[in-house]
Design a protein around this ligand. Structure first.
Ligand SMILES: [Zn+2]
Length: 439
């Protein structure tokens, strides 16, 4: 490593050092010298001489003079790096040409007027996506401010997001929504965002969930509009559409994805069933003790165990459950609702689809006849969703499960970024980390 005053041993520019040129990693460029400026590494480079044509008339141009451009490069040796590109300026020899002088340009090094080199942008995008870096952290490593990094990264992400090829080959499409902010809607628009997720299986039958887009609002209209803007080829390619039991999304699927099989998401069906147990527990609690559950009440003590799958319970938890069921004659209603929820849950764990479908049909038939009103209501709701519920067993268990992993990543990045104020930035960041953009 040369000290701060002496340049790289290679005398420049007549015979630059070929091994320096190799580690520079920029084809067609060679190193003039390397120095240190405070904590930064300053690498001066130039292009290997070549014939340049006038961009206006195409005549071979003459060398004119040099012009230095300082760029922010990816960090090296634990230090920020500045790449000083000693650009060649050419002049067109053709007297009739309006070309005049022009400066060489190479997008592989840096885009026109960019502050960061192309590879510094790729470096930042990759760190953001794979190492879950923060923009502030990247800015520190590059030795620039937050805005400089984000402006360069945003431009690249916008370019990737505009590529229509990222919507190719989607055969299974999921839809999900989440709350993206908790402030005044007049300032920041709708709190809910609808997310479209590619749940297409690979040749091994595995799902690699990819977030395709985020649009403001939660309604059949926003989903329908998004499907419309994707075009006919995309829509006819979708064979399976998974959704949570929300009428709006179902209407959009019926209207725009006529060829697709709608499948209601298993997670949300189980959630309806556990919600029903909760409702029964609360009502019976009020009825038997005359107050809301509190510490020491038998039903209050088992409120979380009631939501878990029976196969995951320990012997001790099981014993607590049955003790609470036996504590009062009215608790049998809670026990029945719990058993129903377990039966609903078991549907999605049946290894044989035919058996699963038969069990689902049985539940759909008997639940609406249950004397417990919450269970009866659950039965009616499930019957409204009977077709997309039974479709689960014909589609090899299509579910929105992959979106849960995506939601986890979004949650992580919301914390890393200390929240987002700008929805466009939020969308781009989410698309990147959730696999919607491939750098
Ligand atoms: Zn010219």
């Amino acid at each position: 490593m040369p000290d701060s005053t002496s340049p790289c041993p290679a005398p420049a520019p007549a015979s630059s050092c070929s091994s320096c040129d190799a580690w520079l990693g920029l084809p067609g460029m060679r190193v003039l010298d390397v120095t240190r400026d405070e904590d930064r590494l300053v690498v001066r480079v130039e292009s290997v001489p070549d014939v340049a044509g006038c961009p206006v008339c195409g005549v071979v141009a003459h060398a004119h003079d040099r012009h230095e451009v300082t760029l922010v490069d990816a960090p090296s040796f634990g230090r920020p790096v500045r790449l000083v590109w000693v650009k060649r300026r050419y002049v067109c020899p053709e007297p009739a040409c309006a070309g005049g002088t022009f400066v060489e340009q190479d997008d592989a090094v840096a885009a026109p007027r960019a502050l960061l080199t192309t590879r510094a942008v790729e470096w930042a995008v990759r760190r953001l996506c794979r190492e879950h870096a923060s923009i502030a952290g990247l800015a520190r490593q590059l030795g620039v401010d937050w805005n400089t990094v984000w402006r360069a990264v945003r431009a690249r992400l916008e370019e990737l997001a505009a590529d229509p090829a990222r919507f190719d080959g989607v055969t299974m499409l999921g839809v999900d929504e989440h709350v993206w902010h908790h402030v005044d809607q007049r300032q920041r628009g709708p709190k809910m965002l609808t997310g479209m997720v590619d749940l297409t299986r690979d040749e091994h039958g595995r799902v690699h969930a990819r977030l395709l887009d985020l649009v403001p609002g939660r309604s059949g209209t926003v989903y329908g509009d998004w499907l419309t803007s994707r075009g006919e080829a995309f829509r006819s390619g979708v064979k399976v559409a998974t959704l949570d039991p929300f009428r709006g999304y179902k209407n959009a699927v019926d209207e725009h994805l006529a060829d697709a099989t709608a499948v209601v998401d298993a997670f949300h069906v189980v959630k309806l069933a556990t919600g029903c147990v909760d409702d029964v527990r609360r009502r019976v609690q009020q009825h038997t003790l005359g107050h809301r559950g509190r510490k020491g009440d038998p039903l209050y003590g088992i409120r979380t165990i009631l939501c878990a799958g029976a196969e995951n319970l320990t012997d001790r938890q099981r014993a607590r459950l049955h003790k609470a069921f036996a504590a009062h004659e009215h608790h049998v209603e809670v026990q029945i609702a719990w058993q129903v929820a377990q039966d609903v849950r078991a549907l999605f764990h049946t290894p044989n689809p035919a058996k699963g479908r038969a069990a689902a049909r049985r539940l759909l038939k008997i639940l609406p006849t249950c004397p417990i009103r919450e269970v009866k209501r659950l039965g009616r709701t499930l019957n409204q969703w009977a077709e997309p519920l039974l479709a689960y067993f014909d589609t090899d268990g299509a579910s929105n499960g992959g979106t849960e992993a995506i939601n986890g990543l979004i949650e992580l990045h919301r914390r890393i970024a200390r929240g987002f104020r700008n929805r466009d930035n939020y969308r781009l960041r989410c698309l990147l980390i959730a696999g919607g953009l491939t750098p």
